[in-house]
Design a binder for this molecule. Structure first.
Ligand code: FAD
Length: 376
């Protein structure tokens, strides 16, 4: 039987960054992943760091997202220093383009952002094209969010896992977690295939697979939301910032690739790339930046975001002593990485957190499950 202070199920960017923070706080941390860590959503992502809500439902996460975005520069600097790896962090802002068919007015977008304390500047079409010459002539106006950023999520995840190990965390690939090890009202650790792991704290960070771990579905009823992506290369096209339209985003990387994404599909645990999915992304990408029509397609892929019933993250303690959830980050897991790791570390080391996270409690679903049982 293995023994540690903290046992983490899942070695994506979330499990890895929690391990990093807790190992740096002096705890003995073990991370268990059923495969090579960092190969699921954290690998498939686009890596946009934007606290702006994509729709009214996401307004509930804005404070969390703003805190996380503010932590990013310091977090990245530390991860890069300790891992010795670069993460492709780009603080160049993002630009949202509006077409005649865009459903929301420019003034509404600006007012919404300012109301939420987010920096956003309206741009006339010609000014937007001066800032980003790749934009289509059909673009009628734009919103510049100068503080937003992006990161190479594959590089970040690899660096976070390396930094966690160099800080003392142990990572066990090929170690699938079957169940939590429950004794009465306490979680004593994790049950692997042929072994138990005893820990004072058990943290579930297995992305969209979290609910498949025995004993977890009531706290983290997550489901996969598939996203397809394409990486393009157009050497003559200049693009500095993340560009958005209502239909697509384009994310320039330091290596010259431009990522285009992404679909949101509820098709179970299916990661196939489809002609229809890629067609939709490419058509919207070319509408936004017509020069991309001659771009080379270098790679296509799909990944599974961990989505919850209300699309909000699932963070914090449960009613089992020692058991914490850190999942359900849906479309914002890269953005929310530093704050997730910080809050979990605060709870584990001080039993209090510096931001009100009740809205994201795993018990919000648990209460529903119990009520439903009584109703039946
Ligand atoms: C196409 C796409 C685009 C995205 N774009 C963005 C973006 O621009 N910005 C942003 O902030 N977010 C984005 N996201 C979301 C973000 O990538 C995710 O929210 C985040 O990566 C979730 O990280 P995670 O560590 O919780 O999950 P994952 O990265 O999925 O990691 C879960 C880990 O748990 C392991 N695991 C599963 N089951 C078990 C088990 N039983 N035992 C042990 N280990 C197990 C898996 O092997 C995996 O390594 C995007 C996601 C996708 C798919």
């Amino acid at each position: 039987m293995k023994k540690c202070d903290v046992a983490i199920a899942g070695g994506g960017v979330i499990g890895g960054s929690i391990a990093f923070e807790l190992a740096r706080a002096g705890l003995r941390v073990s991370v268990f992943d059923r495969q090579k860590p960092g190969q699921e959503a954290s690998w498939a992502s686009a890596g946009i760091i934007s606290p702006a809500p994509e729709n009214p439902r996401m307004i509930a996460t804005v404070e969390l997202a703003k805190r996380s975005a503010a932590l990013y520069p310091e977090f990245v600097a530390l991860v890069e220093e300790i891992s010795g790896q670069s993460t492709g962090f780009r603080r160049k802002g993002t630009l949202e383009a509006l077409f005649s068919h865009t459903k929301v007015e420019l003034s509404t977008i600006i007012a919404l952002h300012h109301g939420l304390g987010l920096k956003a500047e309206p741009l006339r079409a010609e000014d937007a094209r001066e800032v980003e010459p790749a934009l289509s002539d059909e673009v009628e106006a734009a919103v510049l969010r100068p503080d937003e950023a992006s990161i190479d999520n594959r590089a970040l995840t690899s660096a976070v896992l390396e930094a966690a190990q160099r800080s003392g965390a142990e990572i066990f690939p090929g170690s699938g977690v079957k169940a939590i090890w429950r004794e009465g009202a306490r979680c004593r650790g994790l049950a692997l295939q042929n072994e138990k792991v005893e820990a004072k704290w058990t943290i579930i960070a297995a992305g969209c697979f979290s609910g498949m771990i025995e004993g977890i579905s009531a706290y983290a009823p997550v489901r996969p939301a598939k996203g397809q992506m394409a990486a393009l290369r157009a050497d003559e096209l200049k693009m500095e910032r993340v560009l958005w339209s209502e239909k697509v985003y384009l994310v320039p990387r330091n290596d010259g690739r431009i990522l285009a994404g992404a679909t949101v599909e509820y098709v179970g645990f299916d990661k196939r790339v489809t002609a229809g999915g890629i067609e939709k992304i490419l058509a919207a990408a070319i509408e936004l930046a017509p020069g991309l029509k001659d771009a080379r397609i270098e790679e296509t892929w799909a990944g599974l975001r961990p989505d919850s019933a209300d699309h909000l993250p699932i963070l914090g303690p449960t009613d089992l002593e020692g058991l914490l959830m850190a999942t359900g980050h849906f479309r914002s897991g890269i953005l929310l990485t530093p704050i997730t790791a910080r809050l979990i570390r605060e709870w584990v080391t001080e039993l209090k957190v510096s931001l009100d996270w009740d809205r994201f409690s795993p018990l919000r679903f648990y209460a529903l499950t119990v009520d439903n049982q009584y109703c039946r």
